[in-house]
Ligand binder design. Structure first.
Ligand code: MG
Length: 370
């Protein structure tokens, strides 16, 4: 039996608020559209039909250039119309209908869906409800149905092509949120199979931030020896019998965090963007460099989730300045203070740090898609 996968990509995705089709938003290096389509490139799926709006057609075709056996159907104003148009183009005996925004669909889900259609004539991906669901007018609860009989219905939903076509041919302008409801109304009760919690539908912009975290790591060392009675760490001046030697203000902590940020976004390092051969950075306030790095990662679509900084210094004593450093970093990185962790320690007299020759700072950051 031949199988057609229909991927619905014609929604406007307005709830995500990206100002463009959410399926064209990138996750890692590929768009949501590409991720979802790639899941259906399998030996047991002989054709893929992507239902896209007229406006998105050329972009979708470009992205799917290398996908074998893909065709396009023009999406209608409603989901029902998009499915009808796609079914017209389908040639398989079995059709799997899937939301383009469910890019986390697994191989197992697709296999289970196919298996269910072969055994029972239909296969609807569903999960037992975990939230309590109620009927309400939006103000008060009218009734609370028994949760043990409630399921959340997802996609893919699989059918025999001729049956689901027959069902849709009887739809007359009513609106349905999915295919299982159409099948249930005009053919027979469809068969459920158990899905997977990971198979979420990317709907709101926050669903996308959940999907895209990246870590970064940075380290920097500066030597004592500048004729100054303070060191600058995280933008805070701390009394010291010697300053740190540097082209800039020597804020070794700000430098380590800047490198961690740039690294998390896959950019080059601090020396590349702010070279010490450039007199523009002579005595520079390193917090300004950190803020510039922040705006670079924002341009890449990220914000800072949290930062963890470890300072290794035999001197000066730092414990009285941790709170001020946290506050300074939170303000520079546009986070709350609870997103900033700073630890400070000596190296028990060992090595260059222990001998009081310099300070080393390591920093880890987590950035998240905005
Ligand atoms: Mg440095």
């Amino acid at each position: 039996m031949k199988t057609t996968a229909i991927i619905l990509c014609a929604g406007k995705g307005e709830r995500a608020g990206f100002g463009k089709n959410k399926l064209f938003v990138k996750y890692d290096n590929l768009t949501v559209f590409e991720h979802t389509v790639s899941k259906f490139v399998r030996a047991d799926v002989s054709e893929i039909i992507a239902a896209v709006s007229e406006a998105d057609l050329s972009e979708a075709k470009r992205l799917a250039e290398n996908v074998p056996n893909i065709k396009f159907a023009i999406g209608g104003d409603t989901r029902t119309q998009s499915v009808k148009n796609s079914l017209e183009a389908a040639t398989g005996d079995i059709v799997l209908i899937h939301d383009g925004a469910r890019m986390f669909v697994t191989d197992k889900i697709i296999s289970d869906c196919l298996e269910s259609v072969k055994n029972y004539g239909s296969g609807i991906c569903a999960l037992p409800a975990t939230d309590t669901l109620v009927f309400s007018d939006g103000r008060t609860i009218e009734s609370t149905p028994d949760r043990s009989r409630l399921y959340c219905v997802q996609t893919p939903q699989g059918f025999l092509l001729k049956e689901i076509k027959e069902a849709y041919s009887q739809v007359r302008g009513e609106s349905y949120t999915d295919d299982s409801a159409v099948y249930a109304k005009f053919i027979r009760p469809p068969r459920l199979f158990t899905g997977d919690r990971r198979n979420i539908k990317l709907t709101y912009s926050t669903d996308f931030s959940f999907a895209d975290y990246r870590t970064g790591f940075g380290v920097d060392t500066h030597a004592f020896g500048a004729e100054r009675d303070y060191v600058t760490l995280c933008g805070v001046k701390i009394p010291s019998d010697s300053g740190l030697v540097a082209h800039s203000d020597g804020d070794v902590a700000a430098h380590a965090i800047t490198d961690a940020l740039l690294s998390a976004a896959g950019l080059r390092d601090i020396g590349y963007y702010f070279p010490d051969s450039d007199d523009k950075y002579l005595g520079a306030d390193s917090i300004l460099l950190l803020k510039t790095a922040l705006s670079m990662i924002k341009d890449e679509g990220y914000r800072v989730k949290n930062v963890s900084v470890a300072i290794q210094a035999q001197k000066p004593r730092l414990s009285g300045y941790i709170a001020a450093m946290k506050s300074s970093l939170a303000s520079a990185l546009e986070t709350g203070e609870s997103e900033i962790g700073i630890s400070a320690g000596t190296t028990e007299g060992l090595g260059y740090v222990g001998e009081g020759k310099g300070i080393t700072v390591t920093a880890a950051v987590l950035i998240v898609r905005r």
